[in-house]
Design a protein around this ligand. Structure first.
Ligand code: CA
Length: 433
């Protein structure tokens, strides 16, 4: 039985922001969300420009290679941003995320730049379809911070890739294999930052997609909605049980046809009272362990493969308000420097020497140096042997630090020094104190 898709969308300015920098679209075959950034309303311009640039894809044939088509469309949208900035220098610095799905009649193409999100709800299980292109996600991937630490990380707003008119854009593109009954969610971080995945799963599980949107936006508002909240819900159904293919509804107005919301639409749907949260949810939902989902396809790596495996990108929590973009190179360099320092410290801590601590001969691990604020040595044992009791030659050496090959070697050096001191006491010679 052939599949059809239908969608609803809504955007809410939230409870703190004065303007809406999100732009969303629910069309016949194109479903998109862009979350703009940049001062003085430039974020609105960026998200609006990118979504508008993609509208030509709606209802059109994606061709034999939908991934290539999507990628080209995103690069073209990025070029429009470049031209916009060239024409209006006051827009310099604007940028936007983009997460979009495009239906080719059988599969959903997914294109992703930045830290907006796509999820799939299948039989009650919520699975992330995108991976945040953010600094905290990179740190999580490196094992340097936990997902819990990421939530409050000071750099949580830094995203690694955005559409901003610059040429070094590498959109992630994948083909998803839907089955009847699948529901897809595209949302801005105004939802995912403040609502846990488990609660998103419950809200998204409401049978009526408009009710689902009501609950999701209501949950964000209940959490304070510090950012714009935009939600696009896409349902996949067997054609006999689905609405007519051109019945795309705005969650508020139920108007047929493609729906633009947020900055690109500024529809009446953007400022609504918080909906009731009492609608009954599904019997059970759970959130798929993101560790299970690790199958990334990138057009660069897989140019023409017509695979049937579904690309899914694991995701993690992050919070982002006013976002900035760091070039990948800078992040890679920073990670390399930190890794090199840690490796150097680990190596240094395996070195040993005998020195002086507060006048007493002492055993240290590490090197008798500091790199910036990082000391590369650690006091292991302070002996009762006073340095002043040593012969002059030994005292000078130990004050300089006597290198040892191991802890045992360091302790042997201490014993030799102790013997020298004792010899001075019993039979003083030249050089003895
Ligand atoms: Ca946002």
């Amino acid at each position: 039985m052939p599949l059809v898709v239908s969608a609803v969308a809504r955007s809410h300015v939230g409870l703190v922001r004065s303007g809406n920098e999100d732009s969303g679209y629910a069309g016949r075959s194109l479903f998109a969300l862009a979350d703009g950034m940049g001062g003085h309303a430039a974020g609105e311009v960026a998200s609006r420009t990118v979504v508008a640039a993609l509208l030509d894809l709606d209802g059109t044939d994606l061709g034999p290679d939908p991934r290539r088509t999507l990628r080209s469309a995103v690069l073209e949208a990025n070029e429009r941003l470049r031209l916009a900035v060239a024409a209006r220098p006051d827009l310099d610095g604007m940028g936007t995320t983009l997460t979009a799905l495009a239906w080719d009649g059988h599969r959903l193409g997914l294109v992703h730049v930045g830290d907006s999100r796509a999820y799939r709800l299948r039989e009650g299980r919520l699975t992330p379809m995108t991976k945040d292109q953010s600094l905290v996600q990179a740190l999580i991937d490196e094992g340097r911070i936990t997902e819990r630490e990421a939530r409050n990380h000071p750099q949580r707003s830094v995203i690694l890739q955005a559409l901003d008119g610059r040429p070094d854009i590498d959109p992630q593109v994948a083909m998803l294999e839907p089955v009847a009954g699948d529901r897809y969610l595209i949302c801005s971080d105004g939802l995912s930052d403040v609502v846990e995945d488990a609660d998103i799963a419950v809200g998204l599980g409401h049978t009526d997609p408009v009710a689902a949107i009501d609950v999701l936006i209501g949950l964000a508002l209940e959490a304070g909605a510090p950012d714009n909240v935009t939600v696009v819900v896409v349902d996949v159904a067997e054609s006999a049980s689905a609405p007519p293919p051109d019945t795309v509804r705005d969650a508020a107005s139920h108007e047929p046809g493609g729906v633009l919301v947020g900055a690109v639409g500024e529809t009446s749907a953007t400022r609504e009272p918080a909906p009731a949260l009492s609608a009954p949810g599904p019997a059970s939902v759970d959130v798929e362990d993101v560790e299970d989902v690790e199958n990334v396809e990138d057009l660069e790596d897989e140019p023409d493969e017509d695979r049937d495996d579904e690309a899914e990108w694991s995701a993690s929590r992050r919070a982002g308000r006013r976002r900035r973009r760091w070039p990948w190179l800078l992040v890679v360099l920073a990670v390399l420097v930190v890794a090199a320092l840690l490796a150097a410290r680990a190596w240094a801590m395996d070195q040993w020497y005998v020195g002086v601590d507060n006048g007493a001969v002492a055993v240290y691990s590490g090197l008798d140096v500091s790199v910036g604020p990082v000391s590369l040595s650690q006091l292991q044992e302070r002996t009762d042997l006073e340095a002043v009791t040593l012969p002059e030659f030994d005292r000078a050496q130990v004050e300089e630090g006597i290198k040892a090959t191991s802890r045992e070697d360091a302790e042997a050096i201490v014993e030799r020094l102790r013997t020298s001191a004792a010899a001075c006491l019993s039979a003083p010679t030249e050089g003895c104190p």
